[in-house]
Design a binder for this molecule. Sequence first.
Ligand SMILES: NC(=O)c1ccc[n+]([C@@H]2O[C@H](COP(=O)([O-])OP(=O)(O)OC[C@H]3O[C@@H](n4cnc5c(N)ncnc54)[C@H](O)[C@@H]3O)[C@@H](O)[C@H]2O)c1
Ligand SMILES: [Zn+2]
Ligand SMILES: [Zn+2]
Length: 385
Amino acid sequence: MKAAVFHKPGKIQVDTVEDPKILDPGDVILKVTATAICGSDLHILSGAVPQKSNMIMGHEFMGIVEEVGSEVKKLKKGDRVVVPFPIACGHCFFCSHGATPHCENSNYEHYGPNGALTDEKGWALFGYTDLYGGYSGGQAEYVRVPYADISPRIVPDELSDDQVLFLTDIFPTGWSAIDWAQLKGGETVAIFGSGPVGLMAQKAAWINGAARVIAIDPLEYRLKKAREVNNVDTLNPHEVDVIEAIREMTNGRGADVCVEAVGFEPERTMMDKLKATVNFEKGSMKVLDMAFKAVRRGGTVSIMGVYGSTYDNFPLHRVFDKAITIKQGQAPVLNYIDKLIDLVKENKVQLDDIISHTLPLSEAAKGYEIFDKKEDDCVKVVLKP
Ligand SMILES: NC(=O)c1ccc[n+]([C@@H]2O[C@H](COP(=O)([O-])OP(=O)(O)OC[C@H]3O[C@@H](n4cnc5c(N)ncnc54)[C@H](O)[C@@H]3O)[C@@H](O)[C@H]2O)c1
Ligand SMILES: [Zn+2]
Ligand SMILES: [Zn+2]
């Protein structure tokens, strides 16, 4: 089959590889009908999230069940499913406490209580390096889905692939950011990063009762997209002092909730890069620091962006003085997926309006290139095998 394969930093290409096989009686093999490239994939492409051997990319995918393991009960050949990106066993301590991102069973070799830099990670993800389970991903014609009775969800025939594909990751991720802040209604929510995750958090903020949603991004075309599809206020850090602007909009207090949807590889200056080298840091936590400044006293900062390094000079004094609540981590997709499918079914949210490019899987390398370099007004790339 054909698949988008990571070879080394900077090199992802479509190769012919072996078809996946059922390895465990709880597996299914899926014929992929649509798959997307995620900002998280860019951290692998850049080399910042390390992977030594070749690996099939992709954790946002859906398709038709092609083959069913002997112990699978809920799925049969021909079912059309979306597959949440977490690989969870469904019965361990964490899975049974609503914390599937910490599943004790799916990441056989590199799971542990420590969460260290180079080992003892959490659950496994599809196509997300050996440290996170070493599973092949779904940017491919076929993919093996383990624990198939736990995560995949059958989707209604009347909804197109584009309408439901983002239930696999970015909509539940944006939703988590807002759910973690427990809005009561009427809040101002400032969302740093207006890429796919930021755009989904904007949608979730409105649905959960925000009175004002502010998108922050240095890329004007992404702010334009945010205004068009989500009707939010926008701030470009190249044009205004974002912290001052947010305080002006909130009687000097700051936003009730800030969402960080950028991650540890934001736009960086030479000084940022120098500081990272001197401090042995990867990327930068500058956006997070902005979120701590922009949030009001007693507010919540939800961090959806990936962080993979230690950072000295962490502004703990500010977090203490302002009594900021921080929530962070991989999105617990399974806690939300059924409710979110219903929102799509009932037409209460539109997810496919952020797609800027639909390409055949054979053009995955081009998809990575334009999404990474933010070319051709690229917001979200969907690949069709
Ligand atoms: N926690 C989770 O479960 C989860 C799930 C999916 C993605 N993620 C992570 O979320 C992050 C965003 O993903 P994405 O797909 O939207 O990626 P993306 O790279 O397309 O979006 C990031 C956006 O941040 C903007 N940005 C850069 N510097 C900025 C700054 N100084 N201030 C404000 N915005 C800035 C970029 O212009 C871009 O639009 C990534 O780190 C990704 O790995 C986490
Ligand atoms: Zn993703
Ligand atoms: Zn588990």
